[in-house]
Design a protein around this ligand. Structure first.
Ligand code: HEC
Length: 308
């Protein structure tokens, strides 16, 4: 009887000389593939069995665009005379801005042949061609284009460029080709529509995230302040002032808030008027309406010392 001993180790060199023997490995390989496919199937049972596809679309209600932090103010008024009769300096400023903002699409000479415009479906406007303008070539129409953009066709809005600078750009564009003259009527309607000669009021902007942080910070500090205030009131000695105060108050927290808020703005008279217009809202009992001037002075002095 021949007893075959198992080999100590696999001799790969020998194996390569006789590749047919490798055929035996196909079975464990199949086993592994089937196993892998099985695991994949089980893990993705939901999608596979319903023949569905995982959702790849972004939920547009979840898209957020944050406001940038910006100080408001009044942007300079536009000199409409300069718009009508642009000086060389005005035009060269417009040229600079055009090079920085518009050249990439509209090209050096405004032929609409800039490299960034090549990929757009709707080609950037060739300023030398008189026909086919979406908004139009009059100065008021071009101003509208720069303010609002023609978003659907790939022309962005340039509202962030100050109005006067937008006119400088337009004045430069108007030197590139023949354009209809600027009329007083157009300027008048522009002024009426955009308040140009009065300057544009730009509001302050604060990102929502930052605003939230500030609100939380403020409420934390004011809560600390309130606790100190409450403590002082509760531990203060019984004086005529403190008795009068306790008798008049119905919600200490509201008194604190209304006093701190109004004290910053107006004086004692303003505060009293505010309280009397609606005592409960300010944390006082309606009976404070009967307090005399002297009593009010006592109440306010008492609040002030408690706040110190
Ligand atoms: C991203 C490329 C791009 C940039 C940058 C760009 N534009 Fe345009 N612009 C376009 C496209 C595209 C059109 C064509 C829109 C259409 O035909 O409705 C266009 C059209 C215009 C028009 C003509 C609108 C009309 O009535 O047909 C004006 C004027 C204009 N652009 C001015 C500017 C100025 C000024 C700047 C720079 C401040 C600028 N564009 C920057 C792509 C661009």
């Amino acid at each position: 009887m021949i007893t075959k001993k198992p080999e100590d180790e696999i001799k790969f060199r020998e194996l390569l000389k006789n590749p047919a023997r490798l055929f035996g490995w196909i079975f464990p390989l199949f086993l592994m593939l089937i196993l892998a496919a099985g695991i994949f199937f089980v893990k993705n049972l939901d999608t596979i069995s319903f023949n569905g596809q995982p959702v790849g679309l972004v939920d547009s209600t979840q898209l957020k665009k944050e406001v940038e932090l910006k100080k408001g103010g009044v942007s300079a008024a536009v000199d409409l005379n300069l718009v009508k009769n642009p000086t060389p300096a005005f035009i060269s400023k417009g040229k600079e801005l055009f090079t920085a903002n518009c050249k990439s699409c509209h090209g050096d000479n405004g032929m609409g042949d800039g490299p960034a415009g090549a990929a757009l479906v709707k080609k950037p406007r060739n300023f030398h061609a008189a026909d086919g303008w979406t908004n139009g070539r009059n100065i008021d129409q071009m101003f509208k284009t720069l303010k609002e953009g023609i978003i659907k066709n790939g022309m962005a809005a340039y509202e962030y460029i100050p109005a006067a600078d937008r006119f400088a750009i337009i004045s430069f564009i108007r030197t590139l080709a023949q354009f209809p003259p600027v009329t007083d009527d157009q300027l008048k309607s522009l002024d009426a529509a955009y308040n140009l000669s009065a300057g544009t009021v730009l509001p302050n902007n604060i990102p929502v995230v930052l605003a939230k942080q500030k609100l939380v910070q403020e409420s934390v500090t004011s809560n600390d302040q309130f606790l100190r205030f409450e403590n002082k009131i509760n531990t203060s000695a019984e004086t005529p002032e403190s008795l009068l105060f306790r008798k008049s108050v119905f919600d200490l927290k509201k008194v604190f808030t209304s006093f701190v808020n109004s004290n910053a703005a107006g004086g004692a008279d303003k505060y009293i008027a505010d309280v009397l217009s609606n005592p409960l809202n300010s944390g006082f009992k309606p009976a404070v309406a009967r307090c005399s001037k002297e009593e009010w002075k006592k109440i306010i002095d008492y609040i002030k010392t408690a706040l110190m």
